[in-house]
Design a protein around this ligand. Structure first.
Ligand SMILES: [Zn+2]
Length: 503
């Protein structure tokens, strides 16, 4: 049982940009603005010019229902949009179209890996709203002389997912965000790698005190850091005999501290009222058909991986924890079978893909999917066919584990310049050439025997020690042979040959 010594209660409001939709929520402007100049994807509606009229994007409502269902929410009978009034340059019309007492879905939950095992986090609601524009400050927000505004983002469909304060530590908050992002990626409504894709406001209180709200955190790591800072700050306030006041704070990512912004607004400060330009939507009939389209979600896929492939729960958790890795793993299995007409052992594949390749890529701080400079196309950092070819060589024992690592590392570090992954047999030829060029193909038989004879001749002391009963002396002989064969011999085979000669 997790004791939660400081009585930490954290609730998160996560703003998810439904950025896989083609158009914005209330107009026909394209959502594909990330590589374009500021204010180039705008129209009177998303600029909020007087007289412009919003029209709801049906696909956005469908995506929002899909997310609600995946978060185990109840999808409401009907939903309605409201105006939330506030004055700030990110929304020139002076209000944001959002939802109030008729959100699209509510009362859901997701399971996370908590401090003491599986932990259920209740979802209060998930409601739709329009994204405001993006404000760009020169330097830091408190020192900047002016503010630049980019309305490309204005009017992007947002889903605000609000949790109950069921999170008990910054670590749990991070796990919750990871899980939420994971689910959203499986649903194919969201690309988490794009700027502004996921923004977090966090409520936190300790020991039953008032809560502080930390605004606009832009990363999972940022959320964890901001919350860790905030716990220390609130504890210090209490320790000095003070009282934590309810307020909104800003997280300064660079300095990793939170700063007081203003005292918290109450709902009535926003003077919510129904958006007169959008009729209430009756959505009760939509959910069943959308439910049919729900893909296999992370938890289900994890369980299937364990059952179907016999890999460990940790491996399955790690692979399914990112959609791209889960797909990669299954694509490797399928491609191998197509290519060689026999099944690849999934446990063997998981050991290489999850335990080795994923760790290697994480260590480099890169991702499995990369953008190739030539043609600006995206692909895997190591094409499926390469991995399949290397696993084949390993299975046939044509290369050693150590040298497979050398090849993987060579491929990972190869300049991304013009290298487009070669496919099918070409990948195998490429790997073969690489192995030959680098002298990495496994050596056996005569070559090992010759190297062993040399090693014995050059290390009489080790031979004498071994014969006198010091078993460890054999290791230095094995080392000498491995050095002579440049690591291309199988250590076990070398051991056997040496034992036959000196044993
Ligand atoms: Zn527009």
């Amino acid at each position: 049982m997790y004791e939660n010594p400081d009585g930490v209660k954290i609730g998160l409001e996560v703003h998810v940009q439904l950025n896989k939709l083609k158009t914005k929520i209330f107009c026909g402007c394209s959502t594909n603005y990330h590589n374009d100049p500021p204010n180039s994807h705008v129209c009177p509606v998303c600029l909020g010019l007087p007289g412009s009229m919003p029209v709801i994007n049906r696909k956005a409502v469908e995506a929002a229902i899909k997310v609600g269902l995946a978060l185990n929410c109840r999808v409401e009978e009907h939903t309605q949009f409201y105006r939330k009034n506030y004055y700030y340059p990110d929304l020139p019309k002076g209000f944001q179209i959002t939802q109030y007492d008729f959100p699209i879905s509510s009362q859901g939950h997701i399971m996370i890996e908590g401090e003491d095992g599986e932990h259920k986090i209740r979802i209060t609601r998930a409601h739709m709203e329009e994204d405001p524009g993006r404000l760009v400050h020169e330097g830091t927000i408190d020192k900047s002389k002016y503010t630049l505004v980019d309305y490309n983002r204005s009017g992007m469909a947002l889903l605000e997912v609000v949790s109950e304060p069921d999170l008990r530590s910054p670590k749990e908050a991070r796990r919750y965000l990871d899980k939420l992002r994971n689910i959203l990626e499986y649903l194919d409504v969201f690309d988490g790698n794009l700027e502004g894709a996921l923004r977090v406001d966090a409520n936190i209180s300790i020991m039953g005190g008032q809560r502080a709200e930390i605004k606009n955190i832009s990363s999972h790591k940022g959320a964890e850091r901001a919350l860790l800072y905030e716990i220390v700050r609130q504890k210090n306030v209490v320790r000095r005999g003070g009282v934590v006041v309810q307020e909104t704070r800003h997280f300064d990512e660079a300095r990793e501290i939170t700063l007081s912004m203003r005292t918290k607004e109450e709902a009535h400060d926003y003077r919510y009222f129904p958006e007169p330009d959008l009729v209430p939507l009756k959505i009760s009939g939509w959910a069943p058909a959308i439910k049919e389209t729900l893909p296999e979600l992370p938890d289900a896929r994890r369980m299937r991986f364990v059952e179907q492939y016999g890999i460990t729960d940790d491996q399955a958790k790690s692979l399914t924890g990112e959609l791209v890795w889960a797909n990669y793993f299954e694509e490797v299995l399928k491609t191998y079978e197509n290519e060689y007409g026999e099944k690849l052992d999934p446990k063997f594949a998981a050991a290489w893909i999850n335990d080795y390749l994923k760790a290697e890529i994480n260590y480099r701080g890169t991702t499995l999917t990369i953008t190739y400079k030539a043609g600006n196309r995206t692909g895997y950092a190591i094409g499926i066919e390469y991995t399949v070819a290397i696993l084949r060589k390993l299975y046939l024992k044509e290369i050693t584990d150590d040298n497979a690592v050398v090849v993987f590392r060579y491929l990972l570090d190869a300049p991304v310049g013009g290298e487009i992954p070669r496919l099918g047999k070409l990948a195998e030829d490429y790997i073969m050439r690489l192995l030959e060029e680098k002298g990495l193909l496994k050596v056996e038989g005569d070559i090992i025997v010759t190297a062993a004879l040399e090693a014995i001749k050059e290390n009489p002391q080790a031979v004498a020690d071994f014969k006198a009963g010091k078993e460890k002396a054999l290791n230095s002989l094995v080392g000498a042979v491995m050095k002579k064969t440049k690591g291309r011999a199988d250590a076990r085979a070398v051991r056997e040959v040496l034992l036959r000669m000196v044993g």
